[in-house]
Design a protein around this ligand. Sequence first.
Ligand code: ADP
Ligand code: MG
Length: 324
Amino acid sequence: MEPLEEAAPEGLAPAEIEAAVSVARRVADNIRRAVEVRDNVIQHVMVAMLAEGHILVEDYPGVGKTALARALSRSIDCQFARVQCTADLLPADIVGTNVYNQREARFEFRPGPIFANVVIVDEVNRASPKTQSGLLECMQERHVTVDAMSHELARPFLVFATQNPVEYEGTYPLPEAQVDRFMVRLSLGYPDAGAEAIMLAGHESGDRVLDLEPVTDRAEVVDAVETAHRVHASRALRDYIVALLRRTREDDRVELGASPRAGLMLLRAAKARALVSGRDHALPDDVQALAEPVLSHRLMLAPEAAGVTREEIVRDAIAAVPAL
Ligand SMILES: Nc1ncnc2c1ncn2[C@@H]1O[C@H](COP(=O)(O)OP(=O)(O)O)[C@@H](O)[C@H]1O
Ligand SMILES: [Mg+2]
């Protein structure tokens, strides 16, 4: 097996690594000023930002999902948009539409909110399946086709979708194929007593998220994203990811295991985590730290797998596959 830390083909300069670490640190610190949230949740948000992945936050009402998304979007000096999903939201309300310009006697494209850099899609499971698929398709493709004309989306482009747990009435749970398009799924959980008290105290002076100022801009984020692409991943590390994916597919308790797309996203996420940690190469530790938030939402459990969670399946795969 090749050594883990072989030389990167095109090494990253220390200044490039520093710049990316600094962007992630400023954004993370800024979010923490307004939202009480566990450190690993913020780390996963930073990973998704640098790996150009989309984020699905799934949790009960009132735990700060929308606040977290707004805090992230305010931290980057860029265009952001928020879409509140309802059953009558149409695909065109998200992607945009061609409107007729009387004076010039021609149609012109009026872009929808998906053309912003950071797009909060709140309560995505309240949108109809047709609207969900319109949204998720352009998330993946990074362009929009309306009346046979294609329009590129902005860069950076980050969708931050929230959803309440699926047992709520009048919702359309995202199908597996759609959920697969999110790089990470996070849940926030309830804050501990100390953090909750701090939150209450902070709120007495108004909405803390509205007080946040941008701490970085589009160009810095795009540079950091490009640096993350160039983080080195050894052949052995890629083989490790493949072995983890295969393990989830072979597990008897799993009906549908992790897809090849899941593996690509895990690799990209691991590289971004390496960069955020100040390294020019990804390690098994990066893969292990991200396997749960990146893989678990894509697994479909077998009907006979009563009592086991998808997170446990991922943890078992990590325990079963030797890490290089
Ligand atoms: N963890 C948290 N940190 C900071 N504020 C929070 C947190 N949880 C809830 N809040 C505050 O409570 C209110 C509801 O939060 P919100 O983000 O809208 O919840 P959700 O989107 O999960 O239903 C907001 O005013 C928000 O600022
Ligand atoms: Mg909300």
